[in-house]
Design a protein. Structure first.
Length: 234
């Protein structure tokens, strides 16, 4: 009887040892769970459209994410967080009196991420260059520089320690006082952000090439403008 009991125990230990790796479609599993076959797939009913509000059904595919404990769930649907055309009334920004640098915030927009995402910020801003007092078009032949860029904020206040999406336009005209029309700055930047509330603070800056009073000028930002914020949830 003892020999029979001992044999049974060895058989049970061998069976438990064999269960440490489970194979589906294979008798030689290479991982804790190994699903073999070129068309193999996994179905989790808790993630389907009938049981999960984040799954919109149809033929769309949704990202599955994993938390620190290894729990699987559906990520939020990627897409547009904010889109604003003609964001504000045009903003007039003059250089310093000697044509030195001057800058100002043009527009801000807040948004909230419910989980980690890649955020794509795209702006498109028109600019019109004129004399310092706005009474004539630029005709002195000196280079006029206008920058656009943005700061990331906490939903209200900008963190000015780092700027993003810097782009510049250089304008000059020495032939005629009748030249007019828009110059454009545009840029797109993708940054990873954790869940939370943020804000984009779009800025403009102007700078003259002569550092003299007769080189001073002004720029009207935003007669035609756009700021788009999209999230790609991970």
């Amino acid at each position: 009887m003892k020999k029979i009991i001992t044999l049974c125990l060895f058989s049970m230990l061998a069976a438990v040892s064999g269960w440490s790796q489970v194979g589906i479609g294979t008798t030689n599993p290479q991982e804790a769970l190994h699903i073999a076959g070129a068309n193999a797939n996994i179905r989790i009913d808790g993630l389907n459209s009938a049981n999960n509000s984040k799954n919109m059904g149809g033929t769309d595919m949704y990202n599955v994410v994993v938390d620190a404990d290894g729990k699987l769930s559906l990520s939020n649907l990627s897409g547009e967080l904010s889109s604003a055309a003609e964001m504000v009334a045009p903003v007039v920004l003059q250089t310093a009196a000697n044509s030195g640098m001057n800058s100002s915030e043009l527009y801000s927009e807040s948004f909230t991420l419910t989980q980690k995402a890649l955020v794509v910020i795209t702006y498109y801003v028109s600019m019109e260059f004129e004399s310092y007092d706005g009474t004539s078009n630029v005709e002195d032949g000196r280079a006029k520089i206008a920058h656009n860029y943005w700061y990331l904020g906490d939903g209200t206040t900008a963190d000015t320690s780092k700027s993003y999406g810097m782009t510049s336009a250089v304008y000059f005209n020495s032939n005629t006082n009748t030249a007019s029309g828009y110059v454009y700055n545009s840029r797109s930047v993708t940054i990873p952000l954790n869940a939370g509330t943020y804000s984009i603070h779009l800025n403009g800056a102007v700078y003259g090439g002569g550092l003299t009073s007769d080189a001073a000028f002004r720029v009207t930002f935003g007669d035609v403008d756009r700021l788009d914020i999209h999230a790609i949830y991970l």
